[in-house]
Design a protein around this ligand. Sequence first.
Ligand SMILES: Cc1ncc(COP(=O)(O)O)c(C=O)c1O
Length: 390
Amino acid sequence: MVSNFKPAERLKRIKPSGIRRFFALAQEISDAINLSVGEPDFTPPKHALDAGWQAAKEGKTHYAPTNGIPELREVLAQKAYHDYGLNYDPNSEILITVGGTEAIFLALAGLVNPGDEVLIPNPGFVCYEPGVLLAGGVPVSVPLLEANGFKPSIDDVTSLITDKSRVMILNYPNNPTGAVLSYDEVAALAKIAVERDLIVISDEVYEKIIYDDAKHCCVATFPGMHERTLVVNSFSKTYAMTGLRVGYVYGPKELISPVWLVHQYTVACVNSLAQYVALAALKGPQDFVKDMVQEFDRRRRLVYKRLNEIEGFNCSLPKGAFYVFPNIKGSGMSSEEFVKFLVREAHVTTVPGPAFGSYGEGYVRISYAAAYEQLEEALNRIEKAVKRLI
Ligand SMILES: Cc1ncc(COP(=O)(O)O)c(C=O)c1O
């Protein structure tokens, strides 16, 4: 044992993710239904997996270029143009990363100076705050309130910007709330970013998982935004490839170069075989995505309807991602107490809202990226447990 061992000072304010903690709780119960994790229960399209096997057979197992295999960057450049009319040079403005997670972390490491303020959504994805803190920045919470459809209020954002503000993180469709912004709402945020000269890191990993009449608007398409935005995306959710760890970033050369530099010294390159799987997934037919989203939609409606029939829950119908974020204040318990109650009495694992930030108190996140039948069973159990309580 090293004498007087203490982890590095910079980790002082970093806590383990609340999601993993509750995931671990479920492991202790043999028949627990886990609705705490954010990953599709689908297998990636077969043609994509086959491309990975094929690449292995062809011996494509060496280091890939640091910024990713050229074929994948090329197809991603076409995607940006096709989806959003945006031009990115595949050689200097696209970086393949180890999932969106690495992209976010490195973007913060590459762009944030000590003392810089970074606007982060609260509740928001668990990686933002630790990423800002490890970069020496100061996280500034933008409240996403239920009363405002879990969307940021422009007045709040404006009032939170100071002369130290440097970066604004956006994440729509949003984890944990499922909120999606309209064109006008994105336009209003883009206008602030331009006026206040902010860099925007836009985490768009759920861009394809949207429902009803919702449309995803990429923030980099708005006037003055291409030059100040890093768009973070991933194959994890769209192609159910969470374990293969392939993400990417689009951005102007000036912003992406520092990110690339840190990436070079952190991971050298992304797993080459996984990049061939990603390439085939993107190039091949997209019905996989359409079918998966259709199934998510079926589950979304089930969960929304059933939860609202249970006393103590008040759930809005989200337009994106695969989460609902019901209000459980009617139960009289805190989010954490409620989640523990559900584990103990219903054998169902969810995540307490505060795992995503202080404004998550009074809510729980339920992932419906689990099979329909499992969700039905989980909802039956939750209903019974809550009835016993009342
Ligand atoms: C909003 C958001 N961004 C990024 C990620 C990172 O995903 P990955 O690293 O698998 O691409 C997640 C995963 O849950 C997420 O919810």
